[in-house]
Design a protein around this ligand. Structure first.
Ligand code: MN
Length: 315
């Protein structure tokens, strides 16, 4: 997924204090192609939670008889994209030559490292509904020049927490570890309730976490959640109780606080205005990122880069 916004971390909705030392924030609505998305991260006040630095939730949306997701080739640096579907199907292509259709329960993990380009589209004969999340993990400074890479995991480890079913797509939860290659201590999991259910979710106390709803009705730590709202839990907690009505889908993301100040502009995660300007220049001049073969349509152009605004953002 790509964003058309250059200035990603504009102020979000207000942060509302919730029980204990938690807080609830609300998504900003954004548009990606034909899709309305709820953008839960980044926020100016919180650019990352662990290494998670971008959280878009879209759908469930009918894409019956329309083009659906159509994100032309665009570049990334300094991050990993984590693609997870709840309903539907999406085809990924990248400049390494990968082509991969993804379905619910599977993971596409793309490591941009020093630079990669990709496209994402609903296939021509796509499923009628689309519902999913697009997440980014910031690469820690020591790894952000890593070689670009793409992994597809057709199956992810499952677990049961009380009455909740879980799937760990990144990092570790309750001793269950995803095979996906990540670069910091973290967790990314989907929890679902087959029937009205509750479960105690163990948390690593050195991680900070967010919990958000994709569908249905649920509460975490006594705070009711609705799609478009996100509960933040600071470090120091070792568990959270989740109650969910039948059919609810909840996401848990967390990790060791990054301790680095990210500079996010368009589809780039850097540290300095120079990182961003160089990536924008290389994309505009056809350097570094390679070509995405097979996508019918022109690549995305970066928005105009405003050096003054970028320098202000970097402070
Ligand atoms: Mn993308």
């Amino acid at each position: 997924m790509s964003t058309v916004e250059s200035d990603l971390d504009v102020p979000g909705g207000a942060a509302h204090p919730a029980p204990g030392d938690t807080e609830v924030t609300t998504a900003r609505l954004a548009r990606v192609g034909d899709l309305d998305v709820r953008r839960l991260l980044p926020r100016r006040q919180r650019r990352s939670v662990g290494a998670w630095c971008f959280v878009d939730h879209y759908g469930p949306a009918s894409v019956d008889g329309v083009a659906g997701m159509q994100v032309p080739p665009h570049p990334h640096i300094g991050l990993q994209t984590v693609t997870w579907l709840i309903e539907g199907n999406v085809r990924h292509r990248d400049s390494l030559g990968s082509e991969q259709l993804i379905r619910p329960g599977q993971l596409n993990l793309m490591t941009a490292g020093r630079g990669i380009a990709h496209s994402e589209e609903s296939p021509e004969d796509h499923d009628p509904w689309l519902h999913g999340v697009q997440l980014w993990l910031a690469l820690p400074d020591a790894h952000r020049q890593a070689a670009p890479d793409f992994e597809h995991h057709p199956e992810l480890p499952a677990l049961r927490l009380g009455g909740l079913d879980g799937c760990v797509f990144a990092g570790s939860l309750a001793g269950v570890t995803s095979p996906a290659r990540v670069f910091s201590s973290l967790v990314g999991a989907e929890l679902s309730a087959p029937v009205d259910a509750r479960g105690t979710v163990p948390l690593a106390p050195h991680h900070e976490h967010v919990i958000f709803m994709a569908f249905g009705t649920a509460a975490a730590g006594g705070t009711g959640l609705a799609p478009g709202s996100m509960l933040y839990l600071p470090t120091g907690r070792d568990q959270v109780e989740i109650t969910a009505r039948a059919g609810a889908r909840v996401f848990l993301l967390g990790g060791e606080p990054l301790g680095e100040t990210l500079l996010m502009w368009w589809n780039f995660v850097g540290r300095t205005p120079g990182d961003i300007a160089a990536a924008a220049r290389d994309w505009a001049t056809g350097q570094r990122f390679g070509q995405v073969a097979g996508y019918r349509g022109a690549p995305l152009a970066a928005p105009p880069l405003d050096p003054v605004r970028l320098a202000r953002k970097a402070r």
